[in-house]
Design a protein around this ligand. Structure first.
Ligand SMILES: CC(C)(COP(=O)(O)OP(=O)(O)OC[C@H]1O[C@@H](n2cnc3c(N)ncnc32)[C@H](O)[C@@H]1OP(=O)(O)O)[C@@H](O)C(=O)NCCC(=O)NCCSC(=O)Cc1ccccc1
Length: 136
């Protein structure tokens, strides 16, 4: 993909993000988007709390999965094929969490990404790895 095409793809994804209803309605915002790279953030709200008063694993997962989806789709249409997550530190309500997705490998039909979820102070909350299927 040429630099101009990549720039246009990134613009298109950003413009369509408000139609990605699930993450958008959780308050997830795009911080940065580049070829094979995405950074997104949200604030842990009361509605995201689990029984222990910490961020629900599903909310943290959604943040990481959103970063994966954005990074992968800069390379053309892609969908998640297999993902895994390790929750390494709980996140309290009102904490801002940032997920950063970095591309490790691309093949014609797959992509492998590592996503780190951390607080603004850089404390790691979750480590996520995803394999995507590239359909074009
Ligand atoms: C507890 C453990 C899994 C292991 O820790 P360990 O091997 O013992 O290691 P270590 O002691 O080194 O601690 C490492 C860091 O963790 C912190 N910390 C530890 N214990 C506590 C505590 N009790 N409370 C508060 N913080 C605690 C500790 O201060 C340290 O942080 P720091 O360096 O001081 O800033 C930890 O990694 C953890 O809490 N992960 C997040 C889990 C999570 O949020 N999952 C998603 C939600 S589950 C869900 O929504 C649904 C569901 C429910 C039920 C079932 C299924 C699904």
């Amino acid at each position: 993909m040429s630099d101009n095409n990549m720039e246009q793809t990134i613009k298109d994804i950003k413009a369509k993000f408000n139609k990605d209803y699930f993450p958008f309605n959780l308050g997830i915002e795009i911080v940065e988007l580049a070829a094979g790279f995405a950074q997104v953030k949200f604030t842990v709200t009361k509605e995201m709390q689990n029984l222990h008063g910490m961020a629900h694993g599903g909310a943290i997962f959604t943040l990481a999965d959103t970063a994966l989806g954005l990074a992968a789709n800069t390379r053309g249409k892609a969908v998640g094929l297999q993902v895994s997550i390790n929750y390494i530190r709980p996140a309290k309500p009102q904490t801002v969490l940032i997920a950063t997705a970095e591309e490790e490998q691309l093949t014609r039909s797959t992509g492998i990404y590592n996503v780190t979820v951390a607080t603004e102070a850089g404390k790691k909350v979750a480590l996520f790895r995803g394999v995507v299927f590239r359909s074009n």
